[in-house]
Design a protein around this ligand. Structure first.
Ligand code: BGP
Length: 479
């Protein structure tokens, strides 16, 4: 249906995936073992600390993904058919540095991405690349403790530099760490392993460790921005923030104030990466808690000189908080972030569906960070049903995406936001990051495979495929 809005000329219409969720070929071409390779099917995705190994007899869905490693030409052809102008994926760190700390990169891994990017350019599709999407080499976790250790900052920046030198002619848009701020909602040690490579002991203060690791990721990211610009000033490096706006449950001033703190807490990551500085409140917070985050004067200079060029973000849902009377210090607790919003529906996985929240989020980020923005994930995880003739009527997905796109278009047309691209999750069905399952599907393209990795891997077009094709062809006018 035509709604009267259009995205501007040159807008990067595309789709997104991550290497570990699609590629498979986990031992092809000299690839090493990453954190994602230890993720088991159906066990809530993220590996348990004690199980962060590849054990015989267990099912590890990222070992095959959707076999993109061997099917990428066929898949890119389908992306081109939809009219993609951009495609977001990640480079599996373990293809380039199998252990993460080698002196020289792995040529076979580098060559794979040469071919992948060349294939995209054949169809004038712009690659958008995340450097770290939950894919740290397992060796860096075991040998150094992930981002608990400054050695890993050097390993990451070396990996980034290798990628920039090799691919700067092919790839202009880069992002450093996927959903870097998700660590605040993952108080359990396992997800911290997924994001920053930390394995925590029961005696550790998870929050202090999280702030310390995030700090080293900020330093790594800021150095990466500077390295990119030195190698090729035309490169654009962004952060990647998991953005779900938090609303106060009521207009009670305490609820509103607490909500403000919740937003500050979840999005200080974006503050540091966009402005190069920590906000004042967080330093007070650390002092009150007695945390030593280990920030040096040299680090502060690096952060200041390495602010990102754009803000990449994912948007799936919104959240609601309520102030508790026994919390005068406004300490943010993720448990307070689980209130149900009576005004919005929920998905089969309980995610609140809130298109208007996307417009609000874009405007919030614009006012706060003053950067160009790119939606690098937005989508609807659902059980898809394949009809006898092979078709998939995913009208629920079309509705979700159309409703969200309309709000993004309004943010541009009515509010003046500088939105440069839209890459919904996911370009093709992928293994779910939080559940390790295939049955939570997001793609425009159906892949015949189940949670155990059984199937023909045949690709087919869902109804949303044809819908998105028409959206792109009309620059977003025809939703
Ligand atoms: C984000 C991740 C993606 C992706 C998506 C959907 O958190 O960056 O990797 O998977 O969410 O989440 P899920 O697969 O858990 O439904």
């Amino acid at each position: 249906m035509t709604k009267g809005y259009k995205m501007p000329k040159g807008f990067l219409w595309g789709g997104a995936v991550a290497a570990h969720q699609v590629e498979g070929g986990w031992q092809e071409g000299g690839k090493g073992v990453s954190i994602a390779d230890t993720m088991r099917a159906g066990e809530n995705g993220v590996p348990r600390v004690e199980d962060a190994e590849v054990l015989p007899g267990k099912v590890y869905p990222n070992h095959w993904g959707v076999e993109f490693y061997s099917h990428y030409k066929e898949d890119i052809k389908l992306f081109a058919e939809m009219g993609f102008k951009a495609f977001r994926t990640s480079i599996a760190w373990t293809r380039i540095y199998p252990n993460g700390d080698e002196a020289v990169p792995n040529e076979a891994g580098l060559a794979f991405y040469d071919d992948l990017f060349a294939e995209l350019h054949k169809y004038n599709i712009e690659p958008i690349v995340t450097l770290s999407h939950f894919e740290m080499p397992m060796h860096l976790v075991k040998a150094y403790g992930g981002f608990a250790n400054r050695k890993v900052v050097d390993c990451f920046t070396k990996f980034a530099e290798t990628c920039f030198r090799r691919y700067h002619d092919q790839v202009k848009y880069w992002m450093t760490f996927n959903e870097i701020n998700n660590q605040t909602s993952w108080r359990d040690p396992h997800p911290l392993l997924q994001n920053s490579g930390l394995i925590l002991k029961a005696s550790d203060n998870w929050e202090e460790k999280m702030f310390q690791a995030a700090h080293l990721e900020f330093v790594a990211s800021a150095q990466t921005v500077q390295i990119a610009h030195a190698i090729d000033p035309t490169l654009k490096v962004g952060d990647m923030i998991a953005f779900n706006p938090i609303y106060p449950l009521t207009a009670r001033p305490e609820d509103v104030l607490y909500c403000q703190r919740a937003m500050d807490y979840r999005y200080y990551f974006g503050d540091v990466m966009a402005t190069g500085e920590y906000p004042a409140w967080i330093k007070k917070y650390w002092a009150r808690k007695g945390y030593d985050v280990g920030i040096t004067a040299a680090d502060e200079a690096i952060l200041k000189a390495g602010a990102v060029d754009f803000v990449g973000f994912s948007y799936y849902n919104s959240a609601v908080v309520k102030y508790a009377d026994d919390n005068p210090d406004l300490d943010f607790d993720e448990a307070s972030n689980q209130e149900k919003n009576p005004y919005v529906p929920r998905s089969d996985w309980g995610w609140q569906i809130d298109p208007v929240g996307l417009r609000y989020s874009i405007n919030w980020m614009t006012a706060r960070w003053h950067k160009p923005m790119m939606i690098v994930e937005n989508g609807f995880g659902a059980f898809d049903k394949v009809e006898k003739d092979g078709s998939v009527h995913d009208d629920y997905r079309i509705k979700y995406l159309a409703d969200h796109l309309l709000q993004a278009e309004k943010a541009v047309a009515e509010d003046g936001a500088d939105l440069i691209g839209y890459c919904p999750w996911s370009a093709i069905d992928v293994v779910s990051a939080s559940t390790g399952e295939m049955k939570k599907r997001y793609g425009f393209i159906y892949v015949d495979a189940d949670d155990q990795g059984h199937g023909t891997w045949k690709r087919s077009r869902k109804d949303s495929f044809n819908w998105y094709k028409q959206v792109i062809a009309s620059d977003g006018a025809d939703l």
